[in-house]
Design a protein around this ligand. Structure first.
Ligand SMILES: Nc1nc2c(c(=O)[nH]1)N[C@H]1C(S)=C(S)[C@@H](COP(=O)(O)OP(=O)(O)OC[C@H]3O[C@@H](n4cnc5c(N)ncnc54)[C@H](O)[C@@H]3O)O[C@H]1N2
Ligand code: MOO
Length: 407
């Protein structure tokens, strides 16, 4: 291992190495949670015409300037319009158009008086409406282009397409969109004890939980996992597997074999294959001995074998790396909360992460980190909603304000 570097420095080095992947066009129906490759501008004014926001009468406000319940103003109803059709009539002095929510406003009208403020009456076979109160100009009219105007920036490159982003694209008539390709992440677990699921465990072995862990996180982050079987601590076999994995991915993630034991071979083998080191060792616990490097335009991230360490390494380094690969900027968002039930230690030496649950108490957010925090304990993470970050200068006491990563 090298001299340890800070998490921010590790992220800076990953950013300098991560290239943004090429774009591809996908149907809008398949664009959910993908990331936009370029800025998208509005093609249309939305709404596309002045429209009614309430069911009522389109009127001229000057006609109803003195309307009261006692002395209503009577207007002639010259048409009824619903959404989906342009009105064919014009509102002139003394007339009104019965207008449904969403319908275009008839020319000449400058306000909608909702039905509740009116009363329809028949006068010798003519439809008339009594307006019972005054409304201001533009009442209940949404002007053409009020939401967004044609040509304006709708969504910036790097935006993740959630439900609302998909909806605004659809409102513009986009039925396909250019997104960044999904990062292909090859996953190789290493360690002679690491046994694939479905095989009988022999004494001294354990099941491979890191590959499913990372596969799930990669899927959650919008990448495509390319899973390789685990490989033992034999240099030649390891070399072969890593070489193969490097050819089919944008990012290679390995687990295990990154500390200083006799069988911790991963960094050495990677470098024999031509990987150039970005770092080996980060001020973080769990997950200190994490390694990163580059191979052509790919990034390799070798995580600690301890499942809890691999998990925290993934949250703090791999998830941000996946965001970098699709051109996102805020790669490790955090919120602040106060520490609740911290472990009984005075201070932390490295940056430390504690799994916890956010709770709202006395008008503040707290993160309750009770439980056992060890890189050998996975079950403490079950159901946890957040990860508290404590740096060396933070006091490990009740109430300390800390950064929190939401899980
Ligand atoms: N002398 C030192 N020893 C260690 C140091 C150190 O600085 N000096 N660092 C320790 C720290 S911190 C960590 S974290 C671990 C990291 O070790 P490795 O990344 O080399 O991981 P392994 O030794 O291969 O495995 C650790 C542990 O995790 C189990 N494991 C591995 N792979 C899997 C898997 N796919 N699924 C489930 N469990 C897995 C493995 O059996 C070990 O029990 O090093 C410390 N040592
Ligand atoms: O950095 Mo290691 O994960 O603490 O045991």
């Amino acid at each position: 291992m090298d001299a340890l570097i800070a998490i921010e420095e590790a992220l800076r080095r990953l950013r300098s190495a991560a290239r943004i992947l090429p774009a591809q066009t996908v149907p809008l129906d398949e664009a959910f949670l993908r990331v936009l490759a370029n800025d998208v501008h509005a093609l249309l004014d939305v709404p596309h015409y002045d429209r009614a926001m309430l069911d009522g009468y389109a009127v001229k406000v000057e006609d109803i300037a003195h309307a009261t319940r006692e002395q209503p103003v009577e207007l002639k109803v010259i048409a009824t319009v619903g959404a989906g059709k342009m009105p064919e009539v014009r509102v002139t002095q003394g007339t009104a158009v019965r207008t449904m929510t969403g319908a275009p406003i008839a020319h000449g009208a400058d306000a909608i008086v909702r039905f509740e403020y009116t009363k329809e009456v028949a006068r010798g076979g003519e439809r008339m409406v009594q307006v019972l109160r005054v409304v201001p100009k533009s009442e209940a009219i949404q002007e053409q282009g009020h939401d967004i105007g044609a040509g304006e920036l709708l969504l910036a490159a790097g935006t993740e397409l959630g439900a609302i982003e998909i909806a605004v694209l659809a409102a513009q008539g986009y039925d396909s969109v250019q997104v960044i390709q999904k990062p292909r992440v090859a996953i190789v677990a290493t360690g002679s004890e690491v046994t694939p699921l479905g095989q009988m465990l022999q004494p001294g072995q354990l099941y491979n939980s890191n590959t499913p862990l990372i596969r799930a996180l990669v899927t959650k982050a919008g990448g495509t996992a390319v899973v390789f079987p685990p490989v033992g601590d034999e240099p030649e076999k390891l070399k072969e597997r890593l070489q193969e994995a490097l050819t089919v991915c944008d990012i290679l993630v390995t687990t295990g074999g990154v500390s200083v034991g006799d069988y911790d071979l991963t960094p050495m083998v990677l470098e024999q294959l031509g990987v150039k080191r970005l770092f080996w060792g980060v001020w973080m616990r769990p997950g200190t001995p994490v390694y990163a490097g580059t191979y052509e335009d790919r990034v390799v991230l070798s995580l600690s074998g301890n499942p809890a360490a691999a998990f925290v390494n993934s949250l703090v380094l791999l998830m941000p790396l996946l965001k970098m690969a699709v051109g996102q900027k805020d790669v490790l968002p955090t919120v602040k909360a106060r520490l609740k039930n911290p472990p009984h230690k005075r201070q932390v030496k490295h940056t430390r992460f504690f799994a916890g649950n956010l709770v709202y108490l006395d008008n503040e957010w707290w993160i309750d980190v009770s439980g056992e925090h060890s890189s050998g304990v996975m079950t403490n993470f079950i159901g946890k909603t957040a990860l508290a970050r404590l740096d060396a200068e933070d006091e490990l006491v009740e109430g300390t304000l800390v950064s929190v990563i939401l899980l």
